[in-house]
Design a protein around this ligand. Sequence first.
Ligand SMILES: [Zn+2]
Length: 247
Amino acid sequence: MEGFQLDRQGDQQILRYLFPPAFGGFSATLYLRGALMEQIDASESVKELLSPELPLVMPLQVHGTDILMADLACSLPERREADGVAISRTANVAVALQFADCWPVILGTSTPEPKFLLLHCGFKGAVSHFVTKALSWACKEWGVEGKGIWAWLGPGIGPCCYARSATGDPWTKRAFESFPSKAVNRLSEKSVNFDIAGAIKAELRQCGLVENRIFALGECTSCNNDIFYSYRKGDVGRRMILVAFFT
Ligand SMILES: [Zn+2]
């Protein structure tokens, strides 16, 4: 059954992303708040603890919209700037992305062979239509249409907790123009809440993805700070880490 599964590895809470059988042999795990994550102090320890067998591609995330093709040449210690990483079986590497409130987005196709695109998409990414850019890239690169692509989204910060100053902030101004109106909740003159996942889902639908191929874990990282790391809740130095590879 595709979707999500909360699980544990000892003291470490994890979230497994579940893929349909046609995606066979792809593993994606989000390491949540837990003992293992507390041991991570640098990219070397991510490699050591989470990807001991495969070279690890772990880009420097800059809240941009660039996509990196995962291969040996861009694996650690190399760290290129990107917020999207494409992975296929032939690359023979693992990919790691870090999150604390921003939304993980996993896009995949199964034909002619499983291929995935992993995105780190926060507010700036949603304002910049990162998902639309990524899907346009994927359709071209993979030779498929939107309806042939599946998506897994979450967890990330919810509209309940993502407030910004309504005035004097250029990114807020851009969001007023680019977010669907349903994803904007102006609570007062001074403050506005944004539904980042709502904006991302609107992009997925606009790009032709079919409703029953979109899986969203709506859990808010800030509300559920006991399970997830949340930057806004004060987890400044800790991140959840998504590790994905073909088995
Ligand atoms: Zn919340």
